[in-house]
Design a binder for this molecule. Structure first.
Ligand SMILES: NC(=O)c1ccc[n+]([C@@H]2O[C@H](COP(=O)([O-])OP(=O)(O)OC[C@H]3O[C@@H](n4cnc5c(N)ncnc54)[C@H](OP(=O)(O)O)[C@@H]3O)[C@@H](O)[C@H]2O)c1
Length: 259
């Protein structure tokens, strides 16, 4: 029987690592991509009857995205999770331009390239699912974290549009966007002004493992384009929708500035 492969970007830690673990448990063989994939050795040792291909690659170099596709396209990939991403925090005129361009290359361009190329590959076989990791940040502008919020709005907008194209074409291929709220991962050490993200160590949020289990279960089945897990996140999205834009923006400004 043909092996069933999943490709996960940002596989070395946080949410991506949990997805790799869960997918191996569910019978997938995986291709995990990150700049440093040493941690995937643990999974190779845990699932000795599965294949784990670890690829060290910087996906913010967009040429690498095409190289990656060339490297893996012969595998029977049925699932792609575009998860690698980070944020650049700070007032817009102060945050480092080159860091922001790197973030845009990763959060937007690499996700765009991989989504497009795998939609093409999957459409031919009429099978396959792409899960793009957005964020609750997609639903409102984010003063003091402006570029990151905007990058995640792009992820949601792209995914919803492409998923509708696929449905209209009566394709079985799907692009599902998940929008996590805050998770306690290394994200905050890279994506905030804190050396050691102590703020988030104090906030009570769903564990990354639980979030991965719930979101994966939903994303592998749903016909919806956007998936939100957790009552608080659903409530926040509703609040953002009904509250005056000015109120939401002021709240976001205060929230991000004090972080
Ligand atoms: N944590 C949150 O509160 C939160 C909330 C909403 C959405 N999200 C989104 O969830 C996704 C996963 O974040 P996380 O919280 O799990 O963060 P994380 O623990 O920092 O993990 C990020 C992953 O992306 C990889 N990565 C970073 N830069 C890369 C690059 N240039 N090329 C290839 N891989 C790269 C990292 O590995 P290397 O460093 O080895 O490259 C790591 O595996 C991101 O898209 C993030 O925006 C996070």
């Amino acid at each position: 029987m043909n092996k069933k492969w999943a490709l996960i970007t940002g596989a070395s830690k946080g949410l991506g690592f949990e997805y790799c673990d869960l997918l191996l448990e569910q019978g997938y063989d995986i291709i995990g991509v990150a700049r440093n994939t040493t941690s995937l050795e643990q999974l190779k040792n845990k699932y000795t009857d599965r294949e784990v291909i670890a690829i060290n690659m910087d996906l913010s170099n967009n040429e690498n995205c095409f190289k990656l596709i060339e490297q893996v396209k012969e595998k029977n990939i049925e699932l792609v999770i575009n998860n690698a991403g980070y944020g650049v925090w700070g007032m817009f005129e102060k945050s480092d331009t080159m860091s922001e361009m790197n973030m845009i290359d990763l959060n937007i361009k690499s996700l765009h390239i991989l989504t497009k190329e795998f939609v093409k590959i999957f459409k031919v076989k009429n099978v396959g699912r792409i899960i793009n990791v957005g964020s609750m940040a997609a639903f409102t502008p984010g003063p003091v974290f402006a570029g990151y919020y905007a990058s995640k709005a792009y992820v949601v907008s792209l995914g919803e549009a492409v998923n509708l194209e696929l449905k209209k074409a009566k394709s079985k291929v799907r692009v599902i966007t998940i929008c996590p709220g805050p998770l306690k991962t290394d994200f905050w050490n890279r994506s905030s002004n804190q050396i050691d993200a102590t703020y988030y160590s104090k906030v009570k949020v769903m564990s990354t493992r639980t979030y991965a289990i719930k979101s994966l279960r939903k994303c592998l089945k749903t016909n919806k384009s956007v998936v939100i897990i957790g009552k608080m996140n659903k409530l926040a999205k509703f609040g953002i929708k009904i509250a005056p834009r000015k109120t939401v923006l002021t709240k976001m400004y205060k929230y991000q500035k004090e972080r």
